[in-house]
Design a protein around this ligand. Structure first.
Ligand code: FAD
Length: 286
């Protein structure tokens, strides 16, 4: 069964993992995958460096490992720094391994790497994938607007191009304010976007993550979120538990509001994923 068909019957629940750093052993992520797989998500997606990170060679191996465990792997595929020939080579390798679910992405523009201009936008890659074979294709979307777009309306217009090109479903950038997601969902529907939209949820469970959220993520931080983070930032265990509780609260509210799916940015932390999964599985399936 493809992921796009799962949305017809249920609220999809999925995880995202990333390949280990070049210097780390791949065995660590394999152990994490074993634990995540035990939670029986609908799919596990694997991030892929947009270029220059050197660890993307692991992404296909990780996706293969996920497939071996009987779970659908979704391979992220950024295109901006790759030639058509390089994309073809990755796709050929993916097909050889039976990986037919792709999250098609542009990738961030790196000021130090002049973009290869074979694919300018995710929508170009999606049209290309559609012409190549029977892929299940996901795309990214941004409830609080992609930073390159002037307005959310413009971004949603571009999102419609992505969906028209053949995206089967969408996964959002992380957000902490569910109202921003509901507003985006309404505007996307009004623009004629009618594919399922999974909500991307990032449990913020340590101080490094708080700092990253505040400085780079661009998501608005609701007062409730900031208060919790400030109160517990010097108490690692309490912060972890508060971050998990915040994510659970977000998910319960989203499930009650009829969300199509929840995509958990696990940050390769199986403990956090299990706590959240245990707390919400009955609610999501209700
Ligand atoms: P696009 O859809 O191309 O959009 C980028 C900008 O161009 C937007 O401002 C949009 O409004 C505009 N635009 C889009 N289409 C058109 C068009 N046809 N004409 C004119 N303008 C257009 N990055 C990685 O490198 N590796 C990963 O594994 C990865 N995983 C991600 C997973 C998720 C769920 C998300 C939300 C993001 C992920 N990213 C990843 C980050 C992503 O690559 C960046 O956010 C990137 O800047 C935009 O990618 P995109 O696919 O949304 O691009």
């Amino acid at each position: 069964m493809k992921v796009k068909d799962k949305f017809k019957d249920k609220t999809v629940f999925s995880f995202e993992v990333f390949p280990p750093k070049k210097t780390s052993s791949i065995d660590v992520i394999y152990q994490t995958l074993g634990e995540l797989g035990g939670l029986r998500p609908d799919f596990i997606s694997v991030t892929f460096g947009a270029g220059g990170s050197g660890n993307s060679r692991f992404a296909l191996d990780i996706a293969s490992k996920i497939k071996e465990s009987g779970i659908i792997p979704v391979l992220h595929l950024p295109c901006i720094n790759f030639t058509k020939a390089e994309i073809d080579a990755t796709l050929a390798e993916a097909e050889k391994r039976g990986i037919d679910h792709i999250l098609a992405l542009r990738g961030d523009i790196n000021p130090d790497i002049p973009p290869v201009k074979d694919f300018l936008h995710a929508s170009d890659l999606i049209s290309y994938l559609r012409s190549k074979g029977d892929f299940d294709i996901a795309g990214a979307c941004y409830p609080e607007c992609h930073p390159d777009a002037e307005t959310l309306e413009e971004d949603i217009e571009n999102l419609r191009i992505k969906v028209d090109a053949g995206a089967d479903h969408l996964i959002t950038q992380l957000f902490f304010d569910n109202d921003s997601f509901y507003d985006f969902r309404d505007k996307a529907a009004a623009a004629g976007i009618n594919v399922p939209i999974e909500a991307g949820i990032m449990p913020v469970v340590n101080k490094n993550m708080i700092e990253r959220m505040v400085t780079t993520c661009g998501a608005s931080l609701p007062r409730k979120f900031v208060k919790i983070m400030q109160r517990y930032e010097h108490n690692p265990e309490a912060l972890r538990d508060a971050g998990i509780a915040y994510a659970i609260n977000q998910i319960v509210d989203l499930a009650a509001s009829g969300v199509d799916g929840i995509h958990l940015y696990t940050m390769n932390n199986a403990y956090v994923a299990r706590k959240i999964s245990d707390a919400v599985s009955g609610i999501i399936e209700a």
